[in-house]
Design a protein around this ligand. Structure first.
Ligand code: ADP
Length: 281
């Protein structure tokens, strides 16, 4: 799944992006975060971006386009990504179209978080207070003067993307003024057609494997064991045909090891381990 979150500073893009990451096993690509990391590390890009960002202006298109081109080629982005803060100008949107087309990829949706401008200053003040209370460094551009510039930049350079993506038929809009969970629900609703195909699945099988593992003395509580067993049951139901196909192969592997009678390095032969495995199943 490949998504864009669109909206002014303080619209909640970062918060919703994190939830999408959790739910769909995709990565969040935030150009703001990447640029801040570059500034902190003092890289050439960081040095170029530092003052521009502090003023609340936009970093040159070619800089962020190069960062994104590099990032979407990395292994963890293969499953999909949610872009947060990119594209921010029409030339960036065109460059993204080209980058995706060159790789044979396509965008699934562009989600606009629609908010009243009046609320943004308040939201950013709240963020500053929360970060200060947690002892975190406040962003150099989270002040009234830079925020005004960021909003100006949004209106002049980023807002035209709403029309751009309406034109491609990819734009979907949610009410970003609602409480965080309601915004998440609205986004989930929009993405329902994709949820089945890209939802993250490894959790249940991993738990199931733990439940079947031949470790007798795990020191786990009864309740924990019960939970693991339950998870295992669920997986078996949902695994269906795939599980049936996988099991004989696993058994075969265990027998082969047992025949050879080699040590498994954990105080037993493969044969004894294979027996335990079979019992545990
Ligand atoms: P915001 O809270 O304003 O949405 P971000 O963390 O997305 O903040 O971005 C912070 C700053 O980083 C921007 O004001 C801008 O200077 C720079 N930046 C981030 N993304 C881009 C981009 N796609 N194009 C140009 N500049 C960007």
């Amino acid at each position: 799944m490949r998504l864009i979150l669109l909206g002014p500073p303080g619209a909640g893009k970062g918060t919703q992006a994190q939830r999408l990451v959790e739910k769909h096993g995709i990565v969040q690509l935030s150009t703001g975060d990447m640029l801040r990391a570059a500034v902190a590390a003092g890289t050439p890009v960081g040095l170029k971006a530092k003052e521009i960002m502090a003023r609340g202006e936009l970093v040159p298109d070619e800089v962020v386009i190069a960062i994104i081109a590099d990032r979407i080629d990395q292994a963890d982005a293969k499953r999909g990504f949610v872009l947060d803060g990119f594209p921010r100008t029409v030339p960036q949107a065109r460059a993204l179209d080209d980058l995706l087309a060159e790789r044979g990829l396509k965008l699934d949706a562009v989600i606009e978080l629609k908010v009243d401008e009046g609320i943004l200053l308040k939201r950013i003040e709240t963020r500053v207070n929360e970060m200060t209370a947690r002892g975190q460094a406040v962003r150099a551009d989270d002040n009234a003067e830079a925020l005004k510039k960021r909003l100006d930049a949004y209106r002049a350079q980023t807002a035209p993307l709403v029309d751009y993506y309406a034109g491609t038929g990819q734009l979907k809009t949610v009410d970003g003024m609602a409480v965080i969970d309601s915004v998440t629900e609205a986004i989930d609703g929009l993405l329902a057609p994709w949820a089945g195909s890209s939802a993250r699945r490894p959790r249940a099988p991993r738990r199931a494997q733990r439940a079947r593992a031949p470790k007798a003395k795990t020191g786990r509580s009864r309740a924990a064991k019960g939970r693991a067993k339950k998870a295992s049951g669920k997986t078996r139901k949902s695994a269906g045909k795939g599980r049936k196909a996988a099991r004989p192969a696993a058994r075969k592997g265990a027998r082969t090891g047992a025949k050879r009678g080699r040590s498994n390095g954990r105080g037993g032969t493969r044969k004894t381990r294979a027996k335990r495995l079979t019992r545990a199943r």
